[in-house]
Design a protein around this ligand. Sequence first.
Ligand SMILES: Cc1cc2nc3c(=O)[nH]c(=O)nc-3n(C[C@H](O)[C@H](O)[C@H](O)COP(=O)(O)OP(=O)(O)OC[C@H]3O[C@@H](n4cnc5c(N)ncnc54)[C@H](O)[C@@H]3O)c2cc1C
Length: 449
Amino acid sequence: MTHSHITIWWLRQDLRLSDNPALVWAAQRGKVLPVYIHDRTRGRLAGGATKWWLQQSLAALGKQIPLVIKSGETAKVLHDLIAETGADGVCWNRCYEPWAVNSDKDLKSLLRENAKVEVESFNGALLLEPWEVKNGSGTEFKVFTPFWKTCVGLLEARGVIPYPPPQVTWHEGVASDSVTFYPSRNEPDWAAGWDKLWQPGEDGAHKTLQHFLANGLQHYANGRDLPAKPYTSKLSPHLHFGEISPRQIWVEAKKHAGANCDKFLSEVGWREFCHQLLYHYPTMVEQNWKQNFDAYPWRKLEGKAAADFEAWTKGKTGYPLVDAGMRELWHTGWMHNRVRMVTASFLIKHLRIDWREGEKWFWDTLVDADQANNACGWQWVAGSGADAAPYFRIFNPTSQAEKFDPQDSYIKKWVPEYGTSLYPKPIVDHEAARKAAMDGYEMVKGESA
Ligand SMILES: Cc1cc2nc3c(=O)[nH]c(=O)nc-3n(C[C@H](O)[C@H](O)[C@H](O)COP(=O)(O)OP(=O)(O)OC[C@H]3O[C@@H](n4cnc5c(N)ncnc54)[C@H](O)[C@@H]3O)c2cc1C
């Protein structure tokens, strides 16, 4: 191995050292300069909760390696670093948000042509590239079950093999800018206590996975719908920030083969499905995937509708499962999947508020806020997405609570005043809301998707 080369490893959503193809490539070339760039001009600005996570995750990584954090426009920062260090290579792991796909492509040509450096990008985030999985007609899948069956076939044929940890010689001595993602002066500190709930970083990700495999996986297939039980992995923020890879999860989970493992991996498969949908339908974050939903008569966010939205965000709708979910989200930065479906359905169908308003709220408050999964989740519930729940399937928040939280354990944890005179009355009547939602649906159905 020669150490005459210096390679900039540009980190984004791959905040880990193991199974990191960009890092492996950089290490093989010579010395590695690890850089995270805070660039406010690239893509959608991070929400509050993910800023908190990012700050902790970078701090954890910075304890292991001489990570350089820079602030500014990405191309300029990279050009400056090349000039400063004499680096002759730049690499990164791919992101699949539409803005990232476009600007990464431009950046690659710019660096190759102007800076005359070697540039490579890799797949560090998904089991398969979004363009690799095709149906019989050679196009992308729009339905999950055949998509995932095809993925599993491909993965089993190829084998899932994480990259071995590389021997890295770091290029040191480059100064970081002073960047604060989540100011500690936030008063009151919204994220107070989150460090007891979460351990951002690669170490935390692997501990979370192993804890889940030892304690939750055996209950997963039947228990993953029970919000009071710790039967899901809580790996979503770790996966979003790439502190662990789906390849590593696949390999570790497969050691516990069986129905629970298959169900769990199929949920990881939903993440793949959402990412490939976003890749092929880049407008999915802002626009209905089924365009006939453009005709839906959402309420304008003013007057009573604005008050209803606020009650939803604060967990004061008078529907205890909805309120418990919204409070869990506010207090922990995370919400159980079953309750995400119920709270989203309530906003869209009971309150007839545009799913995009809910998507924005989740974007700001979830520690796992992810463009692909969030837009996919909201459009699934709205009925406007690919392979979505039919619009007319309107969750009844009361019977959902009876079914999935029969002892009210989850509700009582988050809504301690439930059952007392302090608990608010329902802001809408279920039957009347259901009828209004179905009347709205009459305006979109019948038109082709
Ligand atoms: C309205 C709505 C919004 C959502 N927003 C997000 C979001 O911003 N970020 C996010 O990561 N997930 C989102 N989800 C999907 C899902 O709720 C979370 O991924 C899951 O609850 C995370 O908890 P977990 O890690 O314990 O999941 P587990 O059940 O342990 O699943 C393992 C992993 O599989 C993936 N996964 C599981 N379910 C889904 C799903 N339905 N769609 C896509 N990936 C899935 C996640 O990466 C998850 O970490 C949303 C779902 C809905 C209904």
